[in-house]
Design a protein around this ligand. Structure first.
Ligand code: SF4
Length: 450
């Protein structure tokens, strides 16, 4: 029996075991295959579906240091020359996607620089990248330009440049505000760098500043989490995103945990709190933040002003928008087809050197799968409005998922309300764990998403 199955068995269900619960897409990635790439290529040769927004994701896979909980494709050892070649290849890739028929006569409505650490790039690299991308994409028409930052990579000058370039949503990977916890989890920055960077960001007046936190980092305690919550409220960002710590395979922590599991007598160096504790911490933060005037806008986010603080990237993607995912291992979606890029440096670079789109696997969704996907992702905002689904898909999730909805309601995780469904707080805080029953039968046993 694998460690993942052990984590799922009844007696240890609440322990944070190995594996992912977080559902970021549907159908699961393990069903995206190279043999389906033809569908992606075909989709790119067609005109867009009416009223489908288009987005652009740019992956910057560099970090100063690998966090012990990180499972992303990131590089911490690349030299200046490699980084330069990467940025050039990325520009080439954006150009290739934008040449497709699917992109013709279309504005890009949202742009997302993610990672890795986009702010790892120098001011001159960023200036050049932005100049090139702006030649290919009408940047000023985009409703949102998000840029992820690791606080320790920021200088005031870099933020000034980002602000001037038109970044509308700055997202700071804070994770915790206590130095010993940041260090124990392998973060590259300390709290001093967070406060300094945050001060500049506020000073420069970015339209929206988000901070990311993680509930359940190794070393976390109730006392510390209460302080983190209070300090985050004091910082007063427009948006706070809180993830619950997971232990996916291939992280430093999960390798340690596996060794401890397999070695009698070996004590763990640090443990991640169990799921009920992590949920209680998020609940505490949400409750305190609500008292401070924030509104809960999804299972992971609170926002200061729900009317002003949109998250176009998430909301578009969850509703089935198109997105060109550029960069090594990036994910995208084109006209009903999921697509992922080649996931090694050499292969990704190699394809672009030959002037080819660096795509590696794909999955064309059926209409029903698009409906299921949207229902699964949108319920993470805390509710479904039946009329929305009927207008977009011609069917109501409350009818299609009658048995699953009854089950959630009977367990106190959701309530039927006028025109739809509303999750309760306990339902919202463990929504990812509650989603597999909504999958089509052939995908239900797959709880691992990488
Ligand atoms: S900063 Fe983010 S992407 Fe980079 S190593 Fe840490 S968790 Fe991974």
């Amino acid at each position: 029996m694998s460690a993942h199955h052990i984590a799922d068995s009844a007696d240890s269900q609440e322990r944070t075991g190995l594996g992912n619960y977080f559902v970021s897409n549907y159908p699961p990635f393990s069903f995206w295959k190279p043999e389906n790439l033809g569908a992606a290529r075909e989709a790119l040769q067609q005109a867009p579906r009416p009223e489908t927004p288009l987005g652009l994701y740019l992956h910057i896979p560099f970090c100063r240091k690998r966090c012990k909980f990180c499972y992303f494709r990131v590089y911490t050892d690349k030299k200046a020359d490699d980084i330069e070649s990467y940025v050039q290849a990325l520009e080439k890739e954006v150009e290739l996607w934008m040449q497709s028929s699917l992109a013709q006569n279309r504005e890009v409505q949202y742009i997302y620089f993610g990672g890795g650490t986009p702010s790892f790039l120098s001011v001159s690299q960023l200036e050049r990248l932005f100049t090139r991308v702006k030649r290919l994409v009408n940047w000023s028409a985009a409703a949102e330009i998000t840029f992820e930052c690791e606080p320790g990579t920021l200088q005031r000058q870099k933020l000034e440049m980002l602000r001037q370039a038109g970044v509308t949503r700055l997202s700071l990977g804070v994770e915790n505000l206590t130095d010993s916890i940041l260090q124990e989890n392998g973060r590259a920055h300390l709290s001093e760098e967070i406060y300094r960077a945050y001060g500049w960001a506020k000073d420069l007046g970015f339209p929206q500043v988000n901070i990311d936190l993680i509930s359940g980092m190794v070393g976390e305690t109730w006392e510390n989490w209460r302080q983190v919550t209070d300090k985050a409220i004091e910082m007063a960002p427009d948006c706070v995103t809180i993830y619950q710590m997971e232990l996916p395979y291939n992280t430093v922590f999960s390798k340690e945990l596996k060794m401890v599991d397999e070695t009698p007598g070996l004590a763990p160096t640090g443990t991640v709190a169990d799921w009920p504790t992590k949920r209680a911490w998020v609940d505490h933060a949400f409750t305190r933040m609500e008292q401070a005037g924030y509104s809960v806008s999804s299972a992971y986010t609170v926002v200061k002003d729900p009317l002003k603080t949109q998250f176009v990237y998430r909301d578009s993607l969850w509703r089935g928008a198109d997105m060109f995912g550029t960069g090594v291992a990036s994910f995208g979606h084109v006209r009903g087809v999921h697509v992922q890029n080649l996931d090694t440096w050499e292969n990704w670079m190699g394809a672009l050197d030959k002037g080819e789109l660096p795509i590696s696997r794909a999955l064309a969704l059926t209409d029903h799968q698009r409906f299921v996907r949207e229902a699964i992702l949108l319920v993470k905002t805390g509710s479904w409005k039946s009329a929305d689904f009927i207008a977009r898909h011609g069917k109501d999730p409350l009818v299609e998922f009658k048995a699953q909805v009854e089950d959630l309601c009977s367990k106190g995780f959701a309530e039927k309300v006028e025109g739809g469904l509303q999750l309760t707080r306990p339902g919202l805080l463990q929504i990812d764990k509650l989603l597999p029953p909504f999958f089509e039968p052939e995908f239900q046993q797959f709880k691992r998403y990488t």
